[in-house]
Design a protein around this ligand. Structure first.
Ligand code: ZN
Length: 242
């Protein structure tokens, strides 16, 4: 089974359009979306519609949950909070229902997916170090778990008798016994210093993982954010990938 996995679109229509185009060139059996369709960007409605057309399996992100009223924005910084307020004013009743209906954890065959950690997935904790990775490995009954949330692509790997280790490699192959938590990076707001959109291809038979990057019309996305009256930093950061 070949999966195309992507996360953290954040209402960035230009990035999502580029992703959709890139995905049509891949030979994929299934699409997975690791959450945060909305929040930050200027086109939440268009992104929800495009995701509905793509029909991936989707889990709920913290911005999705905040924008449909499932969680409050106490843990959000000021810019994220104003983007949630802006998005809430615009999304339609059907969008609220769709976001409220998203599950926190998805499992299929050999893979699991959650926006943050598997430990209290509805709390959206960050997978930040070996300790948080260990807690998720302990809860995993699959070989691979896809996560998002940090907008930084990378892999926590666990081999028998070894502590989890963290690394990034564009392309790699898991050994037979190896388990992995794979952060697929972000489509609409990358934060690893590379402003290009990120997605991931996983072949469960070959056990191969590949991160892919693609350029999109960043300037148009920035202009949309400014014109929408969203915080200007949200436009600035797209150009830097921070
Ligand atoms: Zn996010």
């Amino acid at each position: 089974m070949v999966y195309g996995i992507f996360s953290d679109i954040h209402g960035n229509l230009e990035a999502l359009e580029a992703l959709t185009k890139a995905l049509t060139d891949e030979k994929l059996d299934r699409l997975l979306c690791v959450g945060d369709i909305v929040g930050y960007g200027a086109n939440p409605l268009e992104c929800i519609d495009m995701i509905s057309d793509l029909k991936p399996a989707v889990v709920c992100g913290n911005h999705d949950a905040a924008c449909c009223g499932l969680i409050n924005t106490r843990c959000f910084n000021d810019r994220a909070r104003s983007a949630v307020i802006w998005t809430k004013k615009r999304i339609r009743t059907q969008d609220v229902e769709l976001l409220q209906g998203l599950k926190h954890v998805f499992k299929n065959g050999d893979i699991t997916m959650a926006h943050g950690t598997l430990h209290e997935p509805e709390s959206f904790n960050y997978m930040i170090n070996e300790t948080s990775a260990r807690a998720t490995f302990d809860l995993m009954d699959t070989k691979v778990c896809f996560v998002g949330h940090s907008h930084v692509p990378g892999i926590f790997s666990e081999r028998p008798e070894e502590a989890p280790s963290y690394f990034y490699k564009k392309k790699f192959k898991l050994t037979k016994e190896e388990r992995a938590i794979i952060n697929v990076g972000s489509v609409g707001q990358p934060r690893d210093g590379d402003p290009r959109s990120c997605y991931c291809i996983y072949d469960s038979d070959a056990r191969s993982v590949e991160f892919k990057r693609m350029t999109y019309d960043v300037q148009k996305a920035q202009k949309n954010i400014i014109n929408a009256g969203l915080p200007s930093y949200l436009a600035f950061r797209l150009g830097k990938g921070v």
